[in-house]
Structure formats: structure tokens, C-alpha cells
Design a protein around this ligand. Structure first.
Ligand code: HEM
Length: 200
């Protein structure tokens, strides 16, 4: 068994699954509303039950988004020259020969994904609560529909890309969200700066 290093705590793992599952329920039920998918209504029972699933998954998503702040915000805000270098080299995804600068616990792409998730997540949650709880305030409801749709468009592009990058595109990454650990050699290649900080 290779020497392992801990990359995610049990709390981070649990919270990530709560974010992921609630997001997927929100996306599926949200598409149900958008395209009037009658078949989906019947899977959930009826339209009102599907709406309840959407609203309450929104509550779960919002709470889990709040907890991500402790897990990912400090590292995502520590943006330096190595992160800029990573972006200019596109993380080495387009050329195996590109020398990519050493990365922290999250690479620059992951940091940007998190910051996008946080901003779009706050917008989609806040606007969702206005639509749900303040239906009489017409001006706010209209603005909220716009914010809800724009943030949904951003997330529905970014999240599948995140899932692809965290699974098929980077073998060995998915285990972080199951076990929280990765082999040290794997981490040295992808997160050299972080491994060094950890004293390995
Ligand atoms: C269900 C499929 C998903 C899989 C397989 C997956 C996988 C992963 C993995 C393996 C990591 C750890 C990456 C690392 O530490 O190097 C991660 C991190 C993360 N995931 Fe997911 N994820 C999924 C869904 C989601 C969803 C739906 C969201 C948000 C709506 C999300 C948000 C995040 C965030 C913010 C991070 C930390 C930043 C990053 O690594 O990009 N994930 N995910």
C-alpha cells in the first residue's frame, strides 16, 4: 500500500456529498419546471411534491454551501503567481510538455471553480428564497428570476465540467471524496506546494 496523505476531512467529505446530491436534485427538478416535464412530476408524485423537493433541497444546498466556506474559501483566496502560471499553461491539459507551476491544496482551476460556485451559489440561493417566500413583491420576484436563471446557467456548465475533471480526466482524484486520502506520490505531482507545506 502506497504512503497516503489526508486531503479531505470526514466533515469535508460529508458536506461535499450533501452539496452534490442536493445540487443534482435541484438541477433535475429545476429542469422539470423549466420544460414542464410531466413524467418527472409523476416520479415525484405530482407537481407540488416536486416543488417541495426543489425548495427543501435548496435549503439543504444553502446550508452546505455555507459550510464550504470553512473548507475551501481560505485556500481559494490565496491566489498567487503560481496560480496565474497554472492558468496561462491551462493546467497542462493541452500539452504534456507544459511545465505547470507547483500548486497548493487546490490548483488554480479548482480555486476558480470554488469561487464561481460560491458567488453563483449565493445568487441562486438568495433569489430562490425570494421567489419562494416573497411571491407578492413583484419587482423582487422578477429580478430574482433573472438572477436564478443566470446563476443556474453558469452552474450547469461548471458543475459537469468539475465532475469530469474530478473523475475521468484525473484518475485517482475521486477517492478523495470517498476516503479523503491520496498517495503521496500522486499529491507531489499535482499539489507540490501543499505537500511541501505539510512537511513531506
Ligand atoms: C456527483 C459528482 C461529483 C463528484 C464525483 C465530485 C468529485 C469531487 C472530488 C474528487 C473533489 C476533490 C478534489 C480535490 O481535492 O483535489 C471535489 C471537490 C469539490 N467539489 Fe465535487 N464532485 C461532484 C459534485 C459536486 C457538485 C455538484 C458540487 C457543487 C455544486 C461540487 C463542489 C465541489 C467543490 C467546491 C470542491 C472543492 C474545489 C475543487 O476541488 O474544485 N462537487 N469534488
Amino acid at each position: 500500500m502506497a504512503n497516503m496523505v489526508k486531503k479531505a476531512s470526514v466533515f469535508e467529505i460529508l458536506n461535499h456529498w450533501i452539496t452534490a446530491v442536493s445540487f443534482i436534485i435541484l438541477a433535475v427538478t429545476g429542469y422539470g419546471f423549466l420544460f414542464h416535464l410531466e413524467q418527472l412530476n409523476s416520479i415525484f408524485g405530482n407537481f407540488n411534491v416536486m416543488k417541495d423537493w426543489h425548495n427543501w433541497s435548496g435549503v439543504v444546498f444553502t446550508v452546505s454551501l455555507f459550510f464550504t466556506i470553512f473548507n475551501y474559501l481560505p485556500v481559494s483566496l490565496s491566489f498567487g503567481s503560481d496560480d496565474i502560471g497554472w492558468i496561462f499553461k491551462a493546467g497542462g491539459y493541452f500539452s504534456k510538455r507544459a511545465a505547470v507551476p507547483p500548486q497548493d491544496r487546490l490548483n488554480a482551476g479548482q480555486k476558480l471553480f470554488y469561487l464561481l460556485l460560491l458567488i453563483a451559489g449565493i445568487a441562486i440561493s438568495a433569489s430562490g428564497f425570494v421567489i419562494w417566500l416573497m411571491p407578492g413583491v413583484r419587482k423582487w420576484v422578477l429580478l430574482s428570476h433573472l438572477a436564478h436563471n443566470i446563476s443556474f446557467d453558469l452552474l450547469i456548465i461548471a458543475v459537469p465540467l468539475h465532475i469530469y475533471l474530478a473523475t475521468l480526466a484525473n484518475p485517482g482524484t475521486f477517492r478523495i471524496m470517498v476516503y479523503g486520502t491520496v498517495p503521496i506520490e500522486w499529491a507531489k505531482k499535482r499539489h507540490a506546494k501543499w505537500v511541501q507545506k505539510m512537511g513531506f
